[in-house]
Design a protein around this ligand. Structure first.
Ligand code: PMP
Length: 393
């Protein structure tokens, strides 16, 4: 298996070798190799992953049902808490029904491969998450990218040859692009989908819980919730837990129960996680949820303004809960990340293939439970942008 070593050496030479580096704690401040670091790298936007109310809900579920579901949901892996969570998620997103998957990744793969088939066409934003692309590939549908948020190019593709007899068309997009902090034009996409008889599938992994009134998500923020027939969410980001969900009509969910292989052939979500996620859904819809969202947004805005003042190119569109600091080469991104870590801030370099070549970056995602002082400390850890360039050159 020497070819494996060769490939890894090639990655090393390009600055693309990855390392799994354990943290000895989680939450807003983490510990690595004995040092306390400000964690600006998670998707735990509201700080719920360490919230005592979630851990208490999990503990209660643990005492009642044990750790594992023991089987697929359709066999003997289903508990009342799965149904309660699905009802709560559907209420949050104001859809008729929901179906929980073991992860957001599994939800996307399950939904795409269940709905699309070899006679179909899928049109996808070029920056969509890997799990949507993997699901599309598994469906064996004809697959075309359109440039990031380029509605003209999408319409051009939709005007082109159709899928042929019995074939269907799908438009697939992330709602919030997490490596860019950009937001999909969902109203315009819904319009195109309606005009060209395509089914719109939206992955709101990064909006659910943290965007829109009561944390209902990006579709509500943009006022188009009723126009998106298929939505996917994750329990792993703002909700602070783990797992994924598909949302839509009862008919859609009933179909997925019969056809989404990532649901059918995988052990049910652990009941402890379902119970914690149920508590998280309750919390995000409370007054406290609203206050946390407001704080998180304020932190993002402060980071953006501070970094632009230091000469950085920042990509972000409100109310996305993250921002991207573009630096260019993998080496420059690694250098900046190492500098930040030396100054007490954890924010890993994001490099190809996660992002296109030449656009390596640092992604920052503050948490609602960070303090204003934390955000100022994070800004102070950044060198002036022109200093960074001189180092990288
Ligand atoms: N969709 C998007 C847009 C994501 O960013 C992610 C996680 N990185 C997922 C889906 C997968 O979700 P999960 O981590 O729950 O598998």
């Amino acid at each position: 298996m020497q070819w494996l070593a060769q490939q890894l050496q090639q990655l090393e030479a390009k600055g693309l070798r990855r390392q799994i580096r354990p943290l000895s704690s989680g939450g807003p401040y983490v510990e690595r190799e004995g040092r306390r670091l400000l964690n600006l790298a998670s998707n735990d936007y509201l700080g719920l992953s360490t919230d005592p109310r979630l851990t208490a809900a999990a503990r209660e579920a643990l005492a009642r049902w044990g750790i594992g579901a023991g089987a697929a949901r359709l066999v003997v892996g289903d508990r009342p808490v799965h149904d309660a969570l699905e009802v709560a998620l559907a209420a949050l997103k104001e859809t008729e029904a929901a179906l929980v998957f073991p992860s957001g990744y599994a939800a996307n793969v399950g939904v795409l491969s269940a709905l699309a088939g070899p006679r179909d066409q899928i049109f996808a934003d070029a920056l969509n998450h890997a799990s949507l692309n993997d699901g599309a590939r598994l469906s064996r549908a004809r697959f075309r990218y359109y440039r990031h948020r380029d509605l003209e190019q999408l319409e051009h593709l939709l005007r082109g040859p159709g899928p042929g007899r019995g074939g269907r068309r799908f438009i697939v997009t992330d709602a919030i692009f997490s490596m860019d902090g950009t937001i999909a034009p969902l109203a315009e996409l819904a319009e195109l989908a309606e005009r060209y008889e395509a089914l719109l599938i939206v992955d709101d992994a990064h909006g659910t819980g943290v965007v829109g009134p009561e944390g209902r998500g990006t579709a509500h923020h943009l006022g188009v919730a009723g126009r998106i027939p298929v939505q996917v969410a994750t329990l792993s980001k703002a909700l602070g837990v783990q797992g994924g969900a598909a949302l839509g009509t009862r008919l859609l969910i009933d179909y997925l129960v019969h056809r989404a292989r990532a649901f059918i052939y995988s052990t049910g979500l652990a009941p402890v996680l379902a119970a914690a996620a149920l508590e998280a859904v309750r919390l995000v819809q409370s007054g406290e949820g609203a206050r946390r969202r407001q704080r998180q947004q304020a932190h993002v805005a402060r980071l953006k303004a501070g970094l632009e003042a230091r000469g950085y190119t920042v990509r972000h569109e409100a109310p996305a809960p993250m921002l991207a600091v573009l630096v260019g080469s993998p080496a420059a991104a690694l250098q900046l990340s190492a500098h930040l870590e030396a100054h007490g801030v954890l924010a890993p370099a994001i490099r190809p293939p996660t992002v296109p070549p030449g656009t390596s970056r640092i992604r920052l995602a503050p948490m609602a439970i960070h303090t204003d002082d934390d955000i100022e400390a994070a800004l102070a850890a950044f060198p002036e942008a022109d200093q960074l360039k001189r180092h990288a050159a």
